[in-house]
Design a protein around this ligand. Sequence first.
Ligand code: ADP
Ligand code: SF4
Ligand code: MG
Length: 332
Amino acid sequence: MTEPILRLHGVEQIYTSRNAAGSGWSTVRAVDGVDLDVREGETLAVVGESGSGKSTLAKLLLMLNRPTAGEVRFRGRPLAALGPADRQAYRRQVQAVFQDPASSLNPRMTVARMLGFIVRRHDLAPPAEVRAFLARQLAAVGLDPPESYLDRYPHQLSGGQQQRIAIARAMMLRPAIIIADEPLSSLDVSVQAQVLDLMRDLHQATNVGFVIISHDLGAMEAIADRTAVMYRGRIVEIGGAIYARPCHPYTRLLLEARLSLDPRRGRIRAMSAAARPEAVAAAAGGCRFRGRCAYAVDICARAEPALRTVGTDGTLAACHRAEEVGAEPIAI
Ligand SMILES: Nc1ncnc2c1ncn2[C@@H]1O[C@H](COP(=O)(O)OP(=O)(O)O)[C@@H](O)[C@H]1O
Ligand code: SF4
Ligand SMILES: [Mg+2]
């Protein structure tokens, strides 16, 4: 297999902040020992409850955060060791799209001015051809007629149009991969499907890879080659078949919550408020999911399960009973 474009090895991100009373410090292990390969051209979804460390993972992949331990590699080279030229190459190749397009676009600039900066900085087109170049970029993200969007300000665009501009900005440099943190969640449901279709079309047309963070398992099932499930800073399951054959009890819980409810969205967030992961005793050693797990047995209190291969379809799961869990049909 070819070398992964991004590789995390033993990555940990601890945040330290003043506690609410201001009388001391508290620490949060937002990402806690993650190993992850992101392959060239794949669409990798990352799902999990709010607070499970998904955005921190995205920031680590984007080099916006420096890990407190472990290593992130870009095409085999540790990010921490990249020189200026390689760092610039990385910045071009690994692009970001964020949740709220309105706040990621400069409100005081027209689309042409905002994107024109990037064209000039990277010398993507001769000065006389910048507008025509930009029009092609907007056409490629489905803005039609593209010229009519060039002189608009962000507030003159709908949320879906803004997110298309943000995607056009990310695509302009022909990146190898786009890291998108909840790119759908600020959009109306009907617009979400269109933006998802756009990402799929771009993937097919250019082979750009995506890491898409989302609460919406239904949407991710439709688009992802593989899906990683995060729970309290760890990847507890990853694979291409987790929707049909979940091997971790937490993945089952997420899927059953989705299946038992009418349409998508909302439920996972609601569930996370009702059963706060941090409310579960974090006794050293055992499985961090055991306080919520219907499958827990004695060993789960003693030994933290490692992420390991389960079955033959390439799934990895961190559960002592993953084979049994995977063998059970999903209750619909
Ligand atoms: N800058 C920060 N300082 C302190 N704690 C943070 C910071 N960012 C995130 N956290 C905490 O880290 C944990 C993971 O957060 P995050 O990565 O945003 O998760 P998610 O995107 O899955 O909701 C949460 O407990 C959150 O409160
Ligand atoms: S290791 Fe045990 S507690 Fe953890 S998910 Fe598996 S069965 Fe449940
Ligand atoms: Mg987040």
